[in-house]
Design a protein around this ligand. Structure first.
Ligand code: MG
Length: 426
């Protein structure tokens, strides 16, 4: 469903909800004794483990996302490190989305802790949207968890609603409308707009656009030239009450799966090569669809059981080698934790990788650093060349295993684009 529109509509109504310090708050919700304490949720809790989600209390003590545990403990010795529990967060996510759907049909989860609700068609029902926002907060407290807080932003489009939600944290409620937008933007710098990197800000400044107000009133063509891309037009639209962030992709998820034959599983290297092929397949499909994924899932079946987990890369991801690296890291941690042998072994009967929770490639600026974006453009170019001149004409070094080119699993053009659960077979 695409709810985007280029036309201006100051009367449209979008609500953006952002759960505050979500992972850490879920942990504190489930464990009473963690409440009020600085905690850091980590992928693993070794010395160099990385904090992916500090609690509100930890943030107040200077702990930041991405900090290594040894550094964090130096700054805040009372910090409690905890390992992630993806199932727990998913469980809360589902309950929160359910509450939002009570109030409107058009609820789009943007990530595990964010969602957009398009209220434009409900304006007659909810004449006071800040009352509605307060009610949603209350519902979450009462029915999902009394420790869970959220910041809500309300504006005529999804971008401005997201911007509004970030203005007061935790537990904020901010409205941006035609009357106050210039006042709100006047207090911000270009890099305060979600998705504007320092690099992009520098480019805009080179073209005489020095702050959000000037960006709002600049001629669209000028912004486009400054950004050297259509992305520039999006910035004009976003700050002028059009909507460019509300399309839900046809894809909700993409999955690639393969059976592993008895002879293949004899050689673990071969199994790993197959895992890379699955990641490469997903990368290609994401490049084709111009999307990046916020979440990865992996599942393995063995002769005598199964293993699976979810991975949150932290920033939208597309690259096969990076997906593979994260999967292998996850497997290593899981094996270490359970004291079992390597998860990639010769009992494997099937492998599956999934990517989901997509963001638009054009809007990937949203969470990404400039250099990643450049890499993504390069990758797109590589695939364009491949689809024009044939798959074997240009091969990434990682696609070469034992001197052999890994056979492309799906030929270009034969991808069943609308089949979400397309299972490939070799
Ligand atoms: Mg959040």
């Amino acid at each position: 469903m695409n709810q985007n529109r280029i036309s201006k509509d100051e009367q449209a109504l979008v609500l953006f909800i952002d759960m505050n310090s979500f992972f850490a708050s879920c942990e504190q919700q489930d464990n009473y004794w963690l409440r009020g304490r600085p905690i850091g949720v980590c992928v693993y809790t070794g010395q160099y483990g990385c904090i992916i989600a500090p609690s509100i209390e930890a943030k107040k003590r200077g702990i930041k996302t991405g900090m290594r545990l040894n550094e964090a403990i130096r700054i805040c010795p009372e910090l409690v490190p905890l390992e992630t529990n993806p199932d727990r967060y998913r469980g809360y996510h589902v309950k929160i989305i359910k509450i939002l759907k009570r109030y409107a049909e058009d609820v789009i989860p943007k990530s595990i802790d964010e969602a957009v609700v398009n209220l434009t068609n409900y304006k007659l029902i909810y004449d006071d949207v800040s009352e509605l926002a307060k009610k949603i907060k209350k519902d979450i407290n009462r029915e999902v968890g009394d420790w869970l807080k959220c910041s809500i932003g309300i504006a005529p489009n999804a971008f401005l609603a997201k911007l509004a939600s970030g203005i007061k944290k935790p537990d904020g409620l901010t409205i941006i409308n035609e009357q106050n937008i210039d006042e709100v933007l006047g207090r911000l710098q270009l890099v305060d707009l979600p998705g504007i990197s320092s690099n992009m800000a520098w480019r805009l400044q080179k073209h005489g656009i020095n702050n959000p107000i000037q960006l709002r009133y600049a001629q669209p063509e000028k912004v486009k030239n400054a950004c050297q891309s259509v992305v520039g037009l999006y910035w004009h639209y976003r700050l002028n009450f059009s909507e460019v962030d509300l399309s839900t992709h046809d894809y909700k998820s993409m999955q690639a799966m393969r059976q592993i034959s008895a002879s293949q599983r004899e050689n673990v290297e071969q199994v790993e090569a197959i895992l890379l092929t699955l990641c490469t397949t997903l990368e290609k499909r994401m490049v084709r669809q111009n999307v990046l994924a916020n979440d990865i899932s992996v599942s393995i079946r063995y002769e005598d059981g199964r293993w699976g987990d979810m991975i949150k890369p932290g920033a939208p991801i597309q690259e096969a080698t990076e997906i593979l690296r994260l999967i292998k890291l996850k497997m290593k941690q899981s094996a270490l934790r359970s004291g079992s042998e390597s998860l990639l072994n010769n009992k494997i009967t099937s492998l599956g990788v999934g990517v989901f929770n997509f963001v638009d490639g054009d809007l990937a600026q949203f969470n990404m650093f400039e250099n990643t974006l450049r890499k993504d453009n390069l990758r797109k170019l590589v695939y364009d060349i491949k689809s024009k001149f044939g798959n074997d004409k240009l091969v990434k070094a990682v696609e070469l295993t034992n001197g052999k080119v890994l056979k492309d699993v799906i030929g270009f053009g034969s991808v069943k684009d609308l089949d979400e659960d397309y299972i490939m077979q070799l």
